[in-house]
Design a protein around this ligand. Sequence first.
Ligand code: NAD
Length: 355
Amino acid sequence: MKESRNRDRPILITGGCGFIGCNLADALAKRGEKVTVFDNLSRAGVRENAQWLKSRQGDLVSIVTGDIRDSVSVIKVVRGARGVFHLAAQVAVTGSLQDPIDDFEINARGTLNTLEAIRLHNPTAPIIFASTNKVYGRLVNDEQIAQVGRRHVPTVPQFASGVAENAPLDFYSPYGCSKGAADQYVRDYARVYALNAAVLRMSCIYGPRQFGTEDQGWIAHFMLRSILGEPLTIYGDGLQVRDALHVSDAVGAWLAVLDNIEAVRGRVFNLGGGQANAISLLELIDEISRIRGAVPSLLFDKWRPGDQPWYVSRIDALGSAVGWKPQIPLRQGLQSLLKWLEGRFAPVYAKELRV
Ligand SMILES: NC(=O)c1ccc[n+]([C@@H]2O[C@H](COP(=O)([O-])OP(=O)(O)OC[C@H]3O[C@@H](n4cnc5c(N)ncnc54)[C@H](O)[C@@H]3O)[C@@H](O)[C@H]2O)c1
């Protein structure tokens, strides 16, 4: 009875028209939950995600246009929520370098607005925050990485199984600082105000409904350049490694954390594809060439600030806490994104491409 009353209240997703947010909203609605999506629609393409959500889920999803920097608007949507997934953000390191104050206001201040709205107006509601691997900084110096094939690997033993949550924090770039500050506020609000708060430090999430650009969403961006037949710029040597996680697996993790919030409140978890789903930039280009039968033309430019030469998450802590593990192998997941991008950006040719 209590549970059904609870489920009459919506889950609030800030940034819910974005790539991860709309996939989360769709999954929640599929399991019968009401969802309120709060987004200022500033990311190019996300208006389409809002339309997609409404067309699939109708009245289960309410879309509220608003800005996370506006504390009054945030209180209005937080007040009635059963729980909060906080994803609204300035998402690009490049954007943060161009306008660090804007980045701070959205990512740090926006998160504090959300936490304060919960603390003062809905203190039992769980909040789960979208943090980032960027809070760990560069992790390895040039002497601590070696080239194996077409990727970097760390030579230091502590990273042999990936990066665990106890790696030292070393915020790098304004984006790293603003998300890192927000990450620590969320963690601390669980401690000092006993909020049901948890943090997911995500690595590279990819999949359908991702409008990737050169600034953020590199897997989708690389694929899109290939579909459009346009050259692709690699910043650095292309041997950079990330562990990639398909968005449906990421959604599974977020829901598992929500469903187990009492057990994991106050905790921070790394969320990525782990060792099994690690891939370098050049390896992704090889994979796209293999699937599409055409090699994109490449340009090389200098490293961008804050870029990690290697990052792979350890995901066993999250796995043992909430019983989650990735289900979609990288190659299969990449095909699902490519198929979506081809359908969205090259409808004339999509039918001819067998992915
Ligand atoms: N995609 C990844 O690989 C990844 C990795 C680590 C962390 N993250 C974090 O996950 C979250 C979601 O990322 P995503 O890839 O879905 O990005 P996204 O850009 O698709 O989604 C972010 C959404 O926030 C909205 N937004 C931006 N500024 C806002 C504001 N001031 N007020 C309200 N809404 C605002 C945008 O319009 C967009 O819809 C972000 O917090 C991001 O930092 C993503």
